[in-house]
Design a protein around this ligand. Sequence first.
Ligand code: AMP
Length: 364
Amino acid sequence: MFGWTRRFSTATSFLKTTTMAVSSRQQHTFQVFRDVPPLRKLRRELLLSNRTVGLVPTMGALHEGHLALIRQAAAENTDVFVSIYVNPTQFGVTEDLSSYPRTWDSDVAKLEELNAELARQNTNSGRITAILAPTTKVMYPTLPPSSDVDGDGSFVTITPLSRKLEGASRPVFFRGVATVCMKLFNIVHADRAYFGQKDVQQTVVIKRLVKDFYIDTEIKIGDTVREHDGLAMSSRNVYLGKRRRAVGLVLYEAMKAAENAYNAGKVSRSEILDAANSVTERVLSEQKVLSPTERALYEVDYISLADPDTLDELEVVDPAKGAILSGAVKMAPLEEAKPGEDCGLGDGQVPVRLIDNLIFKPRV
Ligand code: AMP
């Protein structure tokens, strides 16, 4: 690796020529791209200067989970490109595309703060150089994007992985994810791309995409970033409010119970999943006896114990290989709010689907 001094002087000259004004008319330490050709120009310049690019794809509403991936990308590359794009094709026709949180100004402020932190803390690390925030016309130039299972368009499908787990309840989800990632990979030609363990099936699908289509980008996975009590951070958590936030922890607790069973030497599906299911059932029955102003109800979508490569459900875990334990819980809208209650964005009326997972590491 070459030193920061050399990288910094190159970076300074780029920034002098390329720092641009965006909506707020502020100068930023990164460029904001709405279209592909100018970004490709920058990418080519970076390549010719022997600099490396780490891509962090996001849908915005940035939180510590995203920022941790960006820090990792900055530690391993001279330049970090962050994409912010709420991709319509990964939302089913009845899903929450319109209510997905969009927080552009605070996202940009967080990225600026992170660039300042990177500059302060580690002179040898890379910086956020580019934000790609394309319009949907740019990302889907030919046809308007379709979220119908049989809709027309140019899509990437990765089966059977995309039909399992999340794909069973969200049939277009991974088609949308694989398609938008293929586009981003082709646009950015990143040396490395960073994804969170939190969306474990996504990591498996993306690794398969990169392998099967010979995409010249290394896929790196960052640990799940959690709140102090273990709840996995998610852009959608702002819709939970205090009551559903507290009850929603049930998914993590159920997964920890299953993990304890595995760590205690259990390998059979029933023993491991029973431990998880008894937690989700107990908490739900405790909630059901409360009044509508006190309770938060939910449905367990699935809790899965699967092979780490194929995501096939396992009857027995091979301790030499380990497993992926994953789950999804749908938090129902609150039935009745108490006066002055913090019900979260959308007044507790937006259903929230929580997902989480734990990796059972091989035991040898
Ligand atoms: P999203 O904006 O939700 O599409 O997420 C963008 C990237 O951030 C994906 O690779 C996610 O897996 C990752 N991510 C989201 N939440 C977390 C988290 N709590 N911990 C680690 N990575 C996360």
